[in-house]
Write a protein that binds this ligand. Structure first.
Ligand SMILES: C[S@@+](CC[C@H](N)C(=O)[O-])C[C@H]1O[C@@H](n2cnc3c(N)ncnc32)[C@H](O)[C@@H]1O
Length: 661
């Protein structure tokens, strides 16, 4: 077989395959699950039974997500559609209209997104092809025996990618190259305008799911063939017979005509022909016998033409389309609808590891398929979550990431070295301190570094920074200060991957009472990526702060957002100055009215859409039972970052029963 070669394809005579690391997924949120469903899931989990299927929205790099899906889904996926990034950085930037304002802004790709982009295009086509090859290798292993895959590309790489796909799936399992007309014209000076994308369709074997789909009849064909009309409408004339003799009923004489005499048979059994005749669908000759070529086929009964390899009838999403979201590379639902209907059945599983604005997941949901949607961009995950939420009766789904497991794997591989005296923990901390431009200091349990007079703590990779941890840091700070008055300021920076929900305000208040100025800063995910680190410039953003007011009533309580402070580091100056009210930062917020120290269960939410750009600032909830409840509020800002806060409420039994009486 002819083979496409690129730099980096082989090492020591062997093909370089994908990383096959299997990491557990962390569920960070469940959406739209009722209290009963939640209880059922918990009961099943505790009794070791299988839990009910949940569609999954996963934030992470496909390189880890796909390999981590394999243990559960190898050979079980019915249909894959992917629309991988190609050639432009547009995939990672997004334009956002500023709420309650005429301003909009374009968010540049984050470091991690730039890094992924560099991974694919950094060394030009060679690195793209290696990246693409590794992706489709993993996808092939996920496909079921009768599964199908569609790969959406354009002229930049499609011809090279076809050679890679032939290598991975085998040329015999190539089914079709589809040209999708995405726009009617494109101004490409001195050459034909480029107006189509390419979808390659492969199957896992020679036995695949196929449900015929139809496209509108071609205008030229229509004019040429549907040339007759009567009171019922426009029609064409078709042949009542087909070639070949039949010994069955379709070979018998009907109304004085015997098809066997001219080597043919009826296309329908006699009873059906009779029915068509009664309905006026067959022309009769002057002798009263049916005309062989007289089958009247009316245009309004036509399903159209079985789909061909050129799809011109599915317009792209434009600025005025009702489905338009703030995502540059969004594809139309009609395109995904055709792919999903043709190549899967209800209940089938349809993953997309480059989900972008979530088109595949949204269409799969509407068509009753199961879905798994993954993307590296946090904004893509957020936009997909909102898109799914706005589907009527959307089934419960979960949001997952590889969070601490990915970080643990990283810590072990980067810092565990039996030949080094310093422990992996210490080397990890010093690495983070270095990125934060802090100097390590020895001799303390909780304080690890100093920067511009402020002491620095580094949180561990596998647990959120808790209030207890902050207390210990503050106590140690006082011991240090007590010994060494005047040498240090009263500032402490606490760097962490995750933070306990209510930490920002509770701990700050506690620290303020102790005359300490605390700042919580997030260790960004970019830190895990060698190349991003090499490029430098890693920013540790300060945690956003949320102020809420809870008003407990008898059974009914209300939660109102009172203020939201977002660290402005990530936002252009003009946008910052266009923000006149803190609520403009908020794109979405949700409440778990009964948080049980497991996953955030989204039980109520409000969010901005193009049609409905306002959000509510107050939520109400009625408790069925008295008791103590932890309420968790999750806010997602217009950049896709989330901030959570927990509050506790008492629903007293006295009030409860009196309100009941
Ligand atoms: C062309 S867009 C997909 C658009 C999508 N079909 C839609 O209709 O909105 C490609 C997506 O791939 C994501 N992406 C790029 N590299 C990735 C990676 N390594 N892992 C996961 N997602 C990635 C980008 O964030 C982007 O959202």
């Amino acid at each position: 077989m002819t083979e496409l070669m690129w730099n980096g394809k082989y090492k020591d005579g062997k093909k370089v395959g994908p990383v096959r690391i299997e990491l557990p997924f962390q569920t960070v949120e469940t959406i739209n699950e009722t209290a009963q469903e939640r209880q059922l899931t918990l009961d099943r989990l505790f009794s070791g039974q299988e839990t009910e299927w949940r569609n999954r929205l996963i934030w992470g790099d496909k390189k880890y997500v796909l390999s981590s899906l394999l243990p559960e889904f190898a050979g079980k996926v019915n249909l894959i559609y992917i629309d991988p990034p190609f050639a432009t950085g547009a995939d990672f930037s997004f334009t956002m209209a500023l709420p309650d304002s005429d301003e909009s802004f374009t968010k540049a790709p984050s470091m991690i997104e730039t890094k992924a982009y560099r991974d694919t295009w950094g060394k030009g086509l060679d690195s793209y092809l290696q990246w693409f090859y590794e992706t489709v290798e993993l996808l092939r292993d996920l496909l079921a025996e009768d599964g199908s895959i569609y790969i959406h590309l354009d002229y930049h790489v499609s011809h090279y990618a076809k050679a890679v796909l032939d290598e991975v799936f085998g040329p015999d399992d190539f089914r079709s190259e589809i040209a999708w007309k995405r726009t009617s014209s494109h101004n490409d000076p001195n050459k034909p305008g480029n107006i189509h994308d390419t979808l390659y369709f492969y199957t896992a074997s020679s036995n695949w799911t196929w449900n015929p789909q139809y496209q509108p009849l071609d205008q030229v064909y229509l004019e040429k063939v549907y040339v007759y009309s009567d009171a019922r409408g426009r029609y064409r004339l078709g042949d009542l017979t087909a070639p070949g003799i039949s010994k069955g009923v379709t070979g018998k004489e009907w109304r004085g005509v015997n098809p066997t005499l001219f080597g043919r048979h009826w296309r329908r059994p006699p009873e059906e022909l009779e029915q068509i005749l009664i309905e006026g669908g067959i022309q009769l000759k002057s002798d009263g016998k049916p005309s062989i070529n007289g089958w009247k086929q009316y245009l309004d009964k036509s399903k159209g033409m079985p789909i061909q390899s050129i799809w011109q009838d599915l317009p792209n999403v434009t600025g005025i389309s009702s489905e338009k979201l703030a995502y540059a590379t969004q594809k139309p639902e009609s395109l995904l609808g055709r792919v999903i209907k043709a190549s899967s059945n209800e209940g089938d599983l349809v993953p997309d590891c480059f989900c972008g604005s979530g088109t595949t997941a949204a269409v799969a949901e509407k068509l009753g398929r199961k879905w798994i949607a993954c993307d590296l961009g946090r904004f893509a995950i957020h936009i997909t979550r909102k898109r799914l939420l706005s589907i009527d009766n959307v089934k419960p789904f979960i949001v997952q990431n590889l969070g601490k497991y990915e970080r643990q794997a990283w810590q072990t591989s980067e810092f565990y070295d039996p030949t080094q005296q310093a422990s992996a923990q210490l080397r990890y901390r010093n690495f983070i301190l270095d990125l934060y431009h802090a100097t390590p200091i020895d001799g303390y349990t909780w304080i690890y570094g100093i920067k511009a007079g402020r002491l620095v703590h580094v949180g561990s990779v596998d647990a959120p920074v808790t209030l207890g941890e902050v207390r210990a840091i503050v106590n140690e700070f006082w011991r240090v200060r007590g010994k060494d008055v005047g040498e240090h300021s009263n500032g402490i920076d606490i760097l962490g991957w995750d933070f306990a929900f209510d930490l920002n305000e509770t701990a700050k208040q506690m620290a303020a009472e102790a005359n300490i100025r605390l700042a919580f800063r997030k260790i960004p995910r970019e830190v895990l990526e060698k190349k991003a680190v090499e490029q430098g410039d890693i920013l540790f953003y300060e945690l956003a702060a949320l102020d809420v007011e809870v008003k407990p009533g008898k059974k009914l309580i209300s939660v109102e957002l009172k203020n939201f402070f977002v660290s402005p580091d990530d936002v252009p100056q003009d946008v910052r100055s266009a923000i006149k009210h803190w609520s403009q930062w908020i794109d979405y917020w949700a409440v778990d009215w009964d948080y049980r120290e497991d996953t955030f269960h989204n039980q109520w939410q409000t969010y901005r859409t193009r049609k409905e750009p306002k959000i509510l600032l107050r939520a109400f909830h009625e408790y069925e039972e008295p008791g103590t409840y932890a309420i968790v509020i999750k806010v997602i800002d217009i950049l896709g970052n989330d901030t959570t806060k927990a509050v506790t409420v008492e629903i007293p039994s006295v009030e409860y029963s009196s309100s009941n009486s």
